[in-house]
Structures are given as structure tokens and as C-alpha cells.
Design a protein around this ligand. Structure first.
Ligand SMILES: [Zn+2]
Length: 117
């Protein structure tokens, strides 16, 4: 089970460093503030059971929100007419990004109405 300490023990750090400490979906920059860095997590581009799931090439930096924003992604692949096989990590990120951005936009609209000072 992954935990927050993995960012310090080396599981996540090499992935975050490779990605410039930026969320691959929204661009949140973990070098700009401690709070931003704390919110960096990682995202598996392939589902459980895929033989390449735990290859570091197929794990990318994602902030905690983007990591869960489209958490039914793998379940909905077929319904959305998407595939995973044969796509590069960059292509997999690009394929998923619009779904993550759609959820972010819904949350941003909510925030603007209900939270923003
Ligand atoms: Zn993000």
C-alpha cells in the first residue's frame, strides 16, 4: 500500500523529478511552494492487471485532485471508445487529460459560486 512517505523514500521522487515536479495534467508546479509539492502524487496510466502498470514509464506525476478527478477512467474506456494498447505514456496522458480537465472545470464552477471569497 502506497503512503505519503513514498515521496521521501524514493518511490515517487524519481518520477516527480523526471516530470519536473509538475502535475502532468494541470501543470501544478511543486517547485513553487511547499504546499504545491505536498499535493503531488502519482498516476498509473495503466489499470491493475496490465503487465506494464508498475513500469515507471507508465507512472506520471499528478496532483492529488487530477489523480482522482476521473477515477472511473479505466471502467469507462470501452464506453468512451478509447484504448490503451500501443499508446505511449505521453499519448496516454493526452488521452486522459480532457476528462480530468472537465472534472476540474466542474469543481472550479462550484468553487466560484460556493467557496471563493
Ligand atoms: Zn493536477
Amino acid at each position: 500500500m502506497a503512503g505519503f512517505d513514498d515521496a521521501l523514500r524514493g518511490y515517487a521522487y524519481p518520477i516527480h523529478r523526471r516530470d519536473g515536479f509538475r502535475c502532468r495534467y494541470c501543470g501544478l508546479d511543486g517547485t513553487k511552494s511547499f504546499a504545491s509539492w505536498l499535493s503531488l502524487h502519482w498516476d498509473h496510466l495503466l489499470p491493475k492487471g496490465n503487465p506494464h502498470r508498475d513500469d515507471s514509464d507508465f507512472i506520471v506525476t499528478a496532483c492529488m485532485f487530477c489523480n482522482i478527478a476521473d477515477n472511473r477512467y479505466f471502467d469507462l474506456l470501452e464506453k468512451r471508445g478509447l484504448r490503451l494498447d500501443g499508446l505511449s505514456p505521453d499519448e496516454l496522458v493526452a488521452q486522459r487529460r480532457p476528462f480530468v480537465e472537465a472534472t476540474r472545470q466542474r469543481y472550479k464552477n462550484f468553487w466560484a459560486v460556493n467557496v471563493e471569497a
